[in-house]
Design a protein around this ligand. Structure first.
Ligand SMILES: Cc1cc2nc3c(=O)[nH]c(=O)nc-3n(C[C@H](O)[C@H](O)[C@H](O)COP(=O)(O)OP(=O)(O)OC[C@H]3O[C@@H](n4cnc5c(N)ncnc54)[C@H](O)[C@@H]3O)c2cc1C
Length: 588
């Protein structure tokens, strides 16, 4: 049997695996990706890309394509709840509430302050081909669709994987130093003995991707997600939600849409034949012309892998965590897992780090996934709180719920009170649609972070307030600086495999320390003085407010743009302090 050698084998060509391929190539690491299907997924699935993901895509030259091809900012800054799209009954075509979402409306200044990137919206079925195109562009990556990983085994120096080529039907072996399992756990889970723990089988979601002209029934282009709640449907998840799928625009003129319905797993009413009449009923458009592209089912669960690593194999994406799509953390976390892992694998492959650095992947990413998993379930369940906030009683006869709706929409004192209550209750769903802290405020604690004993910033219980900080473990705050005559984000100075040391106007001695440390560990370590006489100018003064160090202090940023170490004032021997910190991060 033929054997091919590569430093890294990636199993799975979904969003996480393709991202891993791109990120490894950007770091100069060769890889082979195998995907058992002949094409990327035809299922609509994820669409919302949060600011952290877009920052990572900006680092890799992908963000602009997403902004150009995906939703415009003005078509994704809100979500809204309606009774129906059409119909001429007294309760039809009513907007119950609209709220800011994804960095739109009143949150736009805060989101723009905290990141160089706005969030994006680009359906997964269009994103994956774009990622595939980027992955295939690198001569360092072999991207092999229609190739299935059949089995793998490990020894002290590597992983031997057996793969079947779907075209020839022949099997071959790949010998790699590491295996990145982005296969939703299908093959890696049983082989590594990984257990996904947590509640499963909660709800059966049916997502229908269809084409229809809904423009005559929509008069507001700002919501990205439109929820329908009416007494007949039984509540928000039971009633359904629609999302535009483009491809050319994501406003009322979107040609394609997806509608999500939720059912109890034992509900017999979910078969595909039932979906189209149900859609027409939901929209109150009994004669709507539509073409169904795909009906897919997925079980809502909130499960987390009990371990992220088995020897030289590491899991990312849905192989490590699966949870409801509410808060849109699934694909985003998978891409961020890939980013977090790539620089560590690159450092290992280059011999700059020890296996301890690989251990830090689980130590850092698993707690983030644990929080995301719980959060996604919480925000999923909160839709039932919204139903209650509208006066709906689960299981009550439609007439009782219709009476509650009639009050809610009535021109009366009771109606005004019911609406005020509904609006306050729906605002709690900002935990899903303005989860700013969940998205960019997560932080790591591990052997690859040298803590300084300071406490984390206060945590907003609703997850909507992010506090920028340079505390070790946190994502470096984004600040616009002037560098080389250009306006750049602090993030633009980082990433792409580099360690970066930021210091202030009295930090000249750090430059020499950085050069020596880079040489000692064989890593790229750039230093920047921000302030008088430095190479970076903080003309707005924002960096000085956020940096949390003195003019002679230093902040060491890892290649994943998380702070690895900081010191508020220059120690007696800055070179020694920096080398000690860098050595710890690299596990040396
Ligand atoms: C309806 C829906 C809406 C969602 N909305 C959002 C959202 O708005 N935002 C968000 O972030 N997330 C969302 N998600 C979640 C998101 O789609 C998933 O988290 C994401 O697809 C996970 O990506 P992945 O690459 O880890 O896994 P997958 O996309 O499942 O890819 C795994 C790949 O591995 C391949 N594979 C498996 N075994 C083998 C093998 N042995 N050999 C070769 N290949 C193999 C499979 O064929 C597959 O292509 C949503 C999910 C659903 C279902």
């Amino acid at each position: 049997m033929q054997t091919i050698e590569t430093p890294v084998l990636i199993c799975g060509g979904g969003g996480a695996g393709l991202s891993a391929s791109i990120f490894l190539s950007a770091l100069g690491v060769e890889s082979i990706l195998v995907e058992r299907h002949t094409t990327t997924s035809h299922l609509p699935k994820a669409h919302y890309l949060n600011q952290r993901t877009m920052e990572i895509f900006r680092e890799h030259g992908i963000a602009d394509s997403i902004y150009t091809r995906g939703s415009k900012a003005e078509n994704m800054g809100a979500v809204a709840w309606y009774t129906s799209l059409a119909g001429d009954g007294p309760l039809d075509r009513k907007m119950i509430y609209k709220m800011d979402a994804f960095g739109g409306g009143n949150t736009s200044q805060t989101y723009a302050r905290d990141s160089a990137c706005r969030s994006g919206n680009y359906p997964q079925l269009r994103l994956e081909p774009l990622l595939r195109e980027h992955a295939e562009r690198s001569p360092l990556a072999q991207v092999r669709f229609n190739n299935e990983l059949l089995s793998f085994e490990q020894d002290a120096s590597g992983v031997t994987s057996t793969i079947r080529d779907g075209v020839s039907g022949e099997t071959y072996q790949v010998r790699s130093k590491y295996l990145v399992a982005a296969d939703r756990g299908r093959t890696s889970g049983p082989t590594l003995g990984i257990k996904l723990e947590g509640p499963t089988g909660l709800v059966d979601m049916v997502s229908t991707h269809f084409s229809a002209d809904l423009s005559p029934y929509i008069d507001d282009d700002s919501p990205l997600i439109r929820w329908f709640i009416n007494p007949e449907g039984g509540g928000s998840w039971g009633s359904g939600a629609i999302v535009p799928m483009g491809p050319n625009s994501y406003d009322r003129h979107s040609k394609e849409w997806v509608v999500h319905f939720a059912f109890r797993p034992d509900d017999p009413d979910f078969d595909e034949a039932a979906v189209v009449p149900r859609m027409r009923e939901l929209f109150k458009l009994p004669n709507l012309k539509l073409e169904v592209h795909k009906v897919s089912h997925w079980i809502v669960e909130a499960v987390l892998a009990d371990k992220y690593r088995g020897g030289r194999a590491v899991v990312i994406g849905d192989a490590a965590h699966r949870h409801p799509p509410t808060t849109g953390l699934g694909l985003n976390s998978g891409i961020q897992d890939a980013h977090s892992l790539a620089w560590k694998l690159a450092a290992l492959v280059r011999g700059q780090a020890t296996e301890k650095l690989l251990d830090s992947y689980e130590a850092e990413r698993r707690p983030v996934a644990a929080r995301n998993t719980r959060w996604a379930l919480f925000t999923f369940m909160n839709h039932f709180v919204i139903d209650a906030g509208l006066g709906m009683i689960p299981g009550a006869p439609p007439a009782a719920n219709a009476a509650a709706f009639a009050t809610l929409l009535s021109n009366s004192d009771e109606g005004e009170t019911a609406r005020a209550r509904a609006h306050e209750v729906i605002q709690t769903q900002r935990t899903e649609f303005t989860a700013h802290d969940l998205e960019i405020g997560f932080h790591y604690t591990s052997g690859a972070i040298v803590g300084d004993g300071t406490p984390p910033p206060p945590r907003a219980p609703m997850g909507d307030v992010y506090h920028p900080t340079t505390r070790p473990g946190h994502r470096l705050p984004h600040v616009w600086l002037e560098f080389g005559g250009k306006k750049v984000s602090t993030h633009d100075l980082c990433g792409r495999g580099r360690f970066v040391l930021f210091t202030g106007s009295k930090g000249q001695a750090w430059k020499q320390a950085a050069t020596a440390a880079a040489e000692r560990f064989g890593v790229e370590l750039q230093s920047h003085i921000v302030g008088n006489g430095g190479d970076c100018v903080d003309s707005t003064g924002v960096w000085e407010k956020l940096r949390e160090i003195g003019d002679d202090g230093a902040i060491l940023v890892r290649p994943d743009v998380h702070v690895g170490w900081r010191v508020q004032v220059m120690p007696g021997n800055p070179g020694q302090a920096l080398e000690s910190a860098l050595g710890k991060i690299l596990g040396q």
